[in-house]
Structure formats: structure tokens, C-alpha cells
Design a protein around this ligand. Structure first.
Ligand code: FMN
Length: 177
């Protein structure tokens, strides 16, 4: 089986997740290609793949534009094969905000009028080195508002790699479309 993982990442966590997924698939004896949807120099021909994973992260309640454009442009080909939509956010990290993570996914899908075969909300990370002053302020006072972290200034990775690996295994091993 040949799987395409098309992703968008602003600070790097979704890129890390896309590479982890590719590695997991390859360890299971399949082929996997990682494609950055922000790339304007290359394209990935969906026709070459049996299944496609689309991954993006949430910033100020929205997924990246380049992921949206990629899905819109490849829509017919995506609809013809099993797809998994992976949405990375901090809302997915906490029980009290998981409904927001679902809302971000549903808004992305309804704007596109697209229905993937499967969806997965994945908890992201906090990486202060990647933020400038304004993004730092948004993260601290908007995104993490009301969420208790021991130290909001510390880098933290919330991604549950084990849960992600089993969701990927399940997607790859079943024939859902
Ligand atoms: C400026 C900024 C805005 C963010 N907005 C949201 C948000 O609205 N909701 C949310 O759940 N997470 C939000 N996040 C958290 C990101 O989704 C999280 O850090 C994720 O790991 C980023 O993935 P990336 O590194 O692939 O871009 C925000 C992060 C930053 C820095």
C-alpha cells in the first residue's frame, strides 16, 4: 500500500506528526510519502496513492489556508479513496476543550463541503522559540485562557504518540472509504 501524508504546519508540530505517521506506516511494510501543502514548487499526485492522510493545525481557530486549498484542488481524487483528516490543536489536549477541537474540524469540513472517511483530533505542542511577541500573547491570553498549566512559559508537547500510532494502524489496515 502507498499512503500520502499531506500536511500544513506553522510551528513544526504537525510536520513532526506527519513524519511520525510516515515512519509508522513504513515500519508496517507499506510505502508513505510526506508532502508539505505550503510548497509552491512541488505537487503530489493523489492518483499514485491508495490512501491519503491530510493533517493541519489550528491557529486562531482556523486550519491553514494551504491545507484548505490543497483539499479543494484535489477534492475529486480524495473522494475516490479512503482519507483521514488529522487536526492538531491545543484544545484537543484538555477534556474541557475537546468540544472546541471538534468544532474546528467541523468548521473546516463544512467550509469545504468535504467529508473524509475518518477524523482525528490530536493534541499539539507549545514551542516558545517559534513565537514572536504577538503570537506569544495570543497563546497565553487567548488560547490558554482558563487552562491551568504549571508554567505557561515552558515548552510542552501534549501529543499522545501511542494513541496516534494505533489510529494510524487502524486507518491503514481497514478498507473504509
Ligand atoms: C498564535 C497561536 C494561536 C493558536 N490558536 C489556537 C486555537 O485557536 N485553538 C487551539 O486549540 N490551539 C491553538 N494554538 C495551538 C496550536 O494549534 C498548537 O501549538 C499546535 O501544536 C501548532 O501546530 P504546528 O506547530 O504544526 O503549527 C495556537 C498556537 C499559536 C502559537
Amino acid at each position: 500500500m502507498n499512503v500520502l501524508i499531506a500536511y500544513a504546519s506553522t510551528e513544526g508540530q504537525t510536520r513532526k506528526i506527519a513524519n511520525f505517521i510516515a515512519d509508522r506506516i513504513q515500519r508496517r511494510g507499506h510505502k508513505a510519502k510526506v508532502f508539505d501543502t505550503s510548497s509552491t514548487l512541488q505537487d503530489a499526485d493523489v492518483n499514485e496513492f491508495d490512501k491519503v492522510i491530510l493533517a493541519g493545525s489550528v491557529h486562531q481557530q482556523k486550519h491553514q489556508n494551504c491545507l484548505e486549498i490543497y483539499v479543494a484542488a484535489k477534492r475529486k481524487k480524495l473522494d475516490a479513496r479512503p482519507t483521514l483528516f488529522v487536526s492538531v490543536s491545543l484544545a484537543a489536549a484538555f477534556t474541557d476543550t475537546q468540544h472546541e477541537a471538534k468544532r474546528y474540524m467541523n468548521e473546516f469540513l463544512s467550509e469545504l463541503g468535504w467529508q473524509p472517511s475518518r477524523m482525528l483530533a490530536v493534541a499539539g505542542a507549545v514551542r516558545h522559540d517559534e513565537y514572536g511577541y504577538y503570537r506569544e500573547q495570543i497563546l497565553e491570553h487567548v488560547v490558554l485562557d482558563g487552562i491551568h498549566l504549571d508554567d505557561v512559559r515552558e515548552d510542552r508537547e501534549f501529543t499522545d504518540w501511542r494513541a496516534l500510532a494505533s489510529a494510524v494502524d487502524e486507518f491503514v489496515s481497514t478498507g473504509t472509504c
